[in-house]
Design a protein around this ligand. Structure first.
Ligand code: FES
Length: 214
């Protein structure tokens, strides 16, 4: 598939640095699990019919206002749904089970940047094997580092040699593990970004504010 084949529907978008990135949430997001969200927080693709009502907060979010995400209903193996937005970007919050954490920590596989040496892709507090402030909870910007499509969360033991699943970008086939690390040799040049974030409590994450662990 060429880059011309990449559709850019307007469910969620980001404009910056001279380019516009958009994602088709309806087609590309693989949503699983229970709903868990803080009232008033942006939800990717859900606010279009209420655009005039939501416009002020949308502007605030676009300007970089922090976003609180409640993960109290998230369980191991789930990706938080509906997917929240921060600065117009989808935020993946993944609750990894013990086997996944062990796999990410103990079983290095063929990755482009296994040690997160590209410092622009995560804060210092997320430079570790799970690229997170808590081993079980991963927080990533859900946009492929190739051309900005939104990868799908895939749960299958055949995904890669970790047998734990990962994120798959259907646009050009890039695969990321469950720490958002891209496999070697795929079009995406970098791991999924980890946004600045801090824990406000055991179950509430604030995206857009530095702080790391609670
Ligand atoms: S946008 Fe091309 S592989 Fe993800």
């Amino acid at each position: 598939m060429s880059s011309d084949d990449v559709s850019h529907d307007a469910s969620a978008s980001e404009q910056g640095a001279g380019e516009t990135r958009s994602v088709n949430t309806g087609r590309r997001y693989f949503l699983i699990g229970a709903t868990s969200a803080v009232a008033g927080v942006g939800v990717v693709g859900a606010a279009v019919p209420f655009i005039s009502y939501w416009e002020p907060s949308a502007k605030a979010r676009a300007a970089g206002a922090p976003v609180k995400i409640d993960i109290s209903k998230l369980v191991p193996g789930e990706l938080l749904s509906p997917i929240q937005a921060w600065r117009g970007k989808p935020i993946f919050v993944l609750y990894r089970d013990e086997a996944t954490v062990a796999s990410l920590t103990e079983q290095p596989h063929d990755l482009a940047d296994p040690d997160s040496n590209n410092e622009t892709m995560q804060p210092e507090y997320a430079k570790n094997p799970t690229r997170s402030t808590r081993p079980e909870i991963g927080v990533y910007v859900g946009l492929c580092t190739h051309l900005g499509c939104s990868p799908k969360y895939v749960v299958t033991e055949n995904f890669d040699d970790t047998k734990q699943g990962g994120f798959f970008c259907p646009c050009h086939g890039s695969k990321f593990d469950l720490a958002g690390r891209v496999g070697a040799g795929y079009p995406a040049p970098d791991n999924l970004p980890v946004p600045p974030h801090r824990w406000e409590s055991d179950t509430v994450i604030v995206i857009g504010e530095e702080g790391g662990a609670a």
